[in-house]
Every structure is written in C-alpha cells, then in structure tokens.
Design a protein around this ligand. Structure first.
Ligand SMILES: [Fe+2]
Ligand SMILES: [Fe+2]
Length: 438
C-alpha cells in the first residue's frame, strides 16, 4: 500500500451509537476510510469484502461472538491486517487473550480519550503501511534475486558453450595445420624424388643430406623456423639440376663442355628461382643459392666467404659433400674414409666449427641407414615381409620411382603399401631386407 492510498479501518461493536461516535471521531481524517460492523458476524463479512483492510479495532464484549473470537477468525481471512481490542479496565485477562489468541498487537482501554484513540489508530495505520511496504520490497528483492540467479545460470551455460566451441575450433585448426605441414613435406619429398629420378645413382641423396643437415641444425640449437628452412633447402638443394642436359649429368665438371659447365654452375641460382614464386620458401631459396659457396670465398655463385654464407647453406654444403663422397667408396670403411676426406677441407671449403657436428651426426645416421654385419640379409617376396625388418636396398618401381629407401624399418603401413604395389604391378624382383636372426 502506498502512502497516498486510503487506509481502511474497521470498527466492530455491538452498540450502534458507539459506532456512530467513532465514525464522527474520524470524519476529518481524509487518508482513512472508516468501515463499521455491528457484531462479529457482520464484521467477518466486511473483512471478506475488503482483503486490503489495514486495521481492525474490535470491542471485546459482544453477545454473539467475543472480540477475541472475532479477531482470531479475521486473522485467517486477512493475516496482514493489524488488530486491536477495546476493553474495560477490569478486563485485562481478555486483553491478554486478544493479544495471544486473536493476534492483536495492542489493546485500548475503555472508555477511551478521543485524542489518544486517534493517535493509536494513526500509529497502527502507519505501522501497517510500513509493514506492507517492507513486504513489497522483500518480494521485489526476491524476484530480482531469482532473475539474477537465472541470468547467472544462463551466463555459465553460455561461457561453457563458447569455450567448448573455441576448443573445437582450436583443435580443428591444429589438425588442419598439421595436415598442411604434412602435405607440404610430402610435396617437397615428391619434388626431391623427381630430381633423383633423372640421376639414378644419386637416389636418396636429398633425403640423406636433409637428415644429416637437420641433425646438425638440432645439435647447433637452431630455431624451429630456421630448421624448417634447412629441411626444405636440403631436400631441394639440387632442384636446379633439372636444367642440366642428360649427357652432362654424369660427367665431372672438368670433362663438361662450356655449355654443360655453365648449366652446372647455374644450378644453385636456378634452384633458388624455382622456389622463389612460393613466398614461404624464399628463406630456403637462399640456402639453395649458396650451397656451393666455400668458406674461403672460392665457391659459387656469389663467392661469399665465412659467416656471410648463411649457416644453413654452410651445413648443407658439408652434408652434400659427404653423401657424394660416400657413394665413391665400397665396404664398411667408406664412412671413415669419407669423414677423413671431409676434415682435409675444413677451413678451405667448409666451416671448421660445423665439421665436428657433421661427423657426429653422420656416424649416427649412416650407421643406421647402412645394414649392420650381424644381421641376416635375405631377398623376400612381399608376403613374407615382417614388421621390424630393415630394407637393405632401395625399393624402386618399374618406372624408376623410389617407393621406399634403404634403411627404412618396415611397419604395418609400409608393408601394406608394398604388397598393394606388387599386386597391381607384379614381376618385380623380391625385396632385399635385413633382419635379426634368431
Ligand atoms: Fe648442388
Ligand atoms: Fe647435391
């Protein structure tokens, strides 16, 4: 109830004169609506018709129903209304009853003093207004709290959904990134395989150079991006050799004619130009350009010297030399001889600080790539291949394309690949593998 609404006050008495007197007493109180009832029965009817009633003042002594009985009954109908009892001086017990049983909050002695009664009624109405305002505010706060709790719940759900969505997108882009990198590497490998297709005695050369170069890069703690460049540069270092005429491909430099020499000396620049169209490969392109520079400045194409040669190109130069040299030696001592040879060029052709790392990396890599003596070597048809066997020779398709390089350890995947290949293209030689005898 707001302060400017009329407050209803009900007086109940069995004497009509008293009711009239009371109505006169409050005639000037224009914020009160005075209701009267002659006896408890009528009083309850008025209460039922006025559920917003603020204050009930009842006489105690009435013939049909006592004031205490009436107030108690009215409490069931309008629990929020305030109740008072009018009682004589001698009737204190009834007043106590009214308070305890009838829910009255005070009593008024009879006969009353007009001004006192007016003050008590005004006080009661004020109290009722305060209580109902308080109730209204409490309800409002509770409603707001409930709304807030609902919002919180919605918000939590929303945050949860959004973070799940974010995680999903993150996983997706990681997977995509992974696939992209994987397909990039496969493409690089395929291009490298194409180079080697023309020069069959250099089979696996690019990959050997790349493996040794990467091992050296890791030993030198190169950054990830530099290692990526090194990998691409090493795999494609001879891509420019595509332009060299077949007749010149097998000849040493001194035996080539002038055109052949020019083609050979141009292969690093041509290689760089070939990859320059792909922006992400330009860094690798620089390594390709400089893989024939010498540490003393006597190399080609730019005669760079010392640290002016990119580190990756200095590494590729050594790994490249080593893999070429190894192909010239037969037998177990080939690696030692090649490494001795390498040391002779330290400081002239190659960066002396890199040499020890190349030696360590090469010993590890070539020892694994070349079959070991205490292993048994056999030629087997594809159906007898087993996991863990190591290829003793490159497996090459009729077209000359390298299917798997020697040194590869067979697993379920590559065994299946070989079997499938042999099924649609039979008549190949058995596959040479090395495995532990037991
Ligand atoms: Fe080269
Ligand atoms: Fe090479």
């Amino acid at each position: 109830m707001s302060a400017d609404e009329l407050a209803k006050v009900l007086f109940v008495d069995d004497e009509v004169n008293i009711l009239k007197a009371l109505q006169r007493l409050f005639i000037d109180e224009d914020d009160l609506e005075i209701l009267t009832a002659c006896g408890g029965g009528e009083g309850l009817a008025v209460v039922r018709d006025n559920p917003d009633i603020a204050l009930i003042v009842s006489d105690q002594r009435m013939p049909e129903m006592s004031g205490v009985e009436f107030l108690a009954a009215s409490r069931d109908i309008v629990p929020a209304a305030l109740r008072m009892i009018l009682t004589g001086y001698a009737d204190i017990d009834a007043a106590m009853d009214a308070i305890n049983k009838g829910g009255a909050y005070r009593y008024i002695s009879k006969p009353w003093v007009d001004e006192d009664l007016k003050a008590v009624v005004r006080d009661g109405v004020g109290k009722f207004r305060l209580l109902s305002e308080n109730r209204r505010l409490q309800e409002e706060i509770q409603a707001k709290n409930e709304e807030l709790a609902r919002w919180n719940l919605d918000l939590e759900k929303m945050v949860q959904e959004q973070s799940m969505e974010l995680q999903r997108k993150y996983d997706e882009s990681r997977e995509l990134n992974h696939k992209l990198r994987d397909s990039f590497r496969r493409t690089i490998k395929a291009v490298a395989a194409l180079i080697e297709l023309r020069d069959k005695k250099m089979r696996s050369h690019s990959e050997n150079v790349a493996r040794v170069a990467m091992a050296v890069g890791k030993r030198l703690e190169m950054e990830k991006r530099e290692l990526e460049k090194l990998l691409v540069g090493a795999m494609l270092h001879d891509v420019g050799k595509i332009a060299i005429a077949d007749a010149n491909l097998d000849l040493p430099l001194v035996e080539m004619d002038e055109i052949g020499r020019q083609e050979y000396l141009g292969h690093p620049v041509l290689g760089q130009q070939a990859v320059a169209m792909i922006v992400s490969m330009r860094g690798a392109g620089r390594l390709i350009r400089h893989h024939h520079e010498r540490f003393d400045g006597e190399g080609f194409p730019d005669r760079l010297a010392g640290e002016a040669i990119p580190l990756g190109a200095r590494i590729i130069a050594v790994a490249d030399f080593l893999d070429h040299r190894l192909r010239e030696f037969e037998g177990d001592s080939g690696l030692d001889l090649s490494l001795d040879n390498l040391k002779e060029f330290s400081g002239s052709h190659f960066d002396p600080e890199i040499i020890p790392h190349v030696i360590a990396a090469a010993r590890e890599f070539y020892a694994e790539a070349l079959p070991h003596a205490e292993f048994v070597e056999r030629e087997l048809p594809p159906e007898r291949l087993r996991r863990g066997m190591v290829l003793a020779r490159d497996v090459v398709a009729a077209s000359g394309l390298l299917l798997l390089r020697k040194g590869v350890k067979l697993d379920a995947d590559n065994i299946e690949t070989l079997r499938n290949y042999y099924e649609f293209d039979p008549g190949h030689r058995p596959i040479r593998v090395v495995f532990e005898s037991f």
